[in-house]
Design a binder for this molecule. Structure first.
Ligand code: FES
Length: 329
């Protein structure tokens, strides 16, 4: 069975039908990932030696990426022993991915097309996660969708999700038309590797569009209970929506100061705030990107544009972390 070696000398075995990402996970080793279906690019890795075979289309990679030996670990398996240039994420490896029953605790509209869903799990099987991670909710007929957790862990174990209405979406119809308190669902998680990193920089920047604010809210709540973690650092949140009612939350914490900038793309003519794209607003504010870390969550269009523009403007490549919402189709 092929052996996969990582840059920090962690290694694991990979069966021919397993993706590298899954093989690692099943052996308690977590690699950087988000969508798990080849469409966000978060799991990109260089193959330094050995051969791999694609099990799924690597939609995110372009010809240049492929010619440089880049692969997506969520799409490929190893056909020989291989060496990759990536490291595993130690802290996340200790969190077990579980499938748990859960019930709807409450539902609350946050805006015309976003509903907050609060879920509770059985008291003896709580979900352990890091703020920024997501879960898959498994509904009727096995329908499965991914949602970021919108709160830092609570003593009562409840988690909240922010769900956007999707025209003709099967799961969306459930949430907005049929769901009620006490409905029984299942969740699988925690998933994804979007979480706060210990990087010594002066500026923490969060970029979000739409319900991409959910994991940002969870990470800020985590920092609000341990503000010493960001002592002396400046925090900035840029949140993009279409109209004013899309900005249904504000980062207000007693012990954490956050520069908050809502950005609207379809504001009324009398709106006096900022308009345009979140990534452009960040560039316009001239925050020293060489001394910053950026956490971006939202549409894949925003993520790829932000990554390109911010890296070109001096943000170190390794200081851009993202969680792209990819459609379920
Ligand atoms: S492309 Fe592999 S996790 Fe998204």
């Amino acid at each position: 069975m092929p052996i996969v070696k990582l840059a920090n000398s962690t290694q694991f075995k990979c069966l021919p039908e397993q993706t590298l990402l899954d093989a690692a996970r099943l052996q308690g080793i977590i690699l950087e990932h988000s969508c798990r279906v080849g469409r966000c690019g978060v799991c990109k890795a260089h193959v330094l030696s050995g051969n791999t075979v694609a099990l799924k289309p690597e939609d995110y990679l372009d010809v240049k990426d492929q010619s440089e030996g880049l692969i997506l670990t969520c799409c490929r398996t190893a056909s020989t022993d291989i060496q990759l240039d990536i490291e595993d994420l130690g802290e996340l490896g200790s969190l077990q991915i579980k499938t748990l029953p859960c019930r709807i605790d409450s539902l609350q509209l946050l805006s015309a097309d976003v509903i907050e869903v609060t879920l509770r799990t059985p008291p003896n099987s709580r979900l352990e996660y890091l703020p920024g991670q997501y879960v898959d909710i498994i509904g009727r007929d096995g329908l499965r969708r991914s949602y970021s957790i919108a709160n830092a862990p609570l003593d009562n174990g409840k988690i909240t999700l922010q769900v956007r209405k999707v025209e003709s979406g099967q799961m969306s119809r459930y949430w907005f038309e049929e769901a009620k308190a006490n409905d029984l669902l299942r969740l699988e998680g925690p998933l994804g590797t979007f979480c706060l990193r210990n990087t010594a920089v002066a500026h923490l920047v969060f970029l979000a569009t739409g319900t991409g604010i959910a994991p940002v809210k969870a990470m800020l709540e985590q920092l609000a209970v341990a503000p010493e973690r960001v002592a002396g650092k400046k925090m900035h949140v840029y949140w993009g929506g279409r109209v004013e009612s899309d900005i249904y939350w504000q980062p207000r914490f007693e012990n954490l100061h956050v520069n908050f900038t809502p950005i609207l793309s379809r504001a009324d003519s009398d709106y006096s705030g900022r308009a345009g794209y979140v990534q452009q607003a960040l560039l316009d504010d001239r925050i020293p990107l060489g001394d910053a870390i950026v956490y971006a969550c939202g549409s894949d269009k925003m993520i790829s544009s932000a990554r390109e523009k911010l890296n070109a403007a001096g943000l170190p490549v390794k200081n851009f972390y993202s969680d792209a919402f990819v459609s379920s189709s």
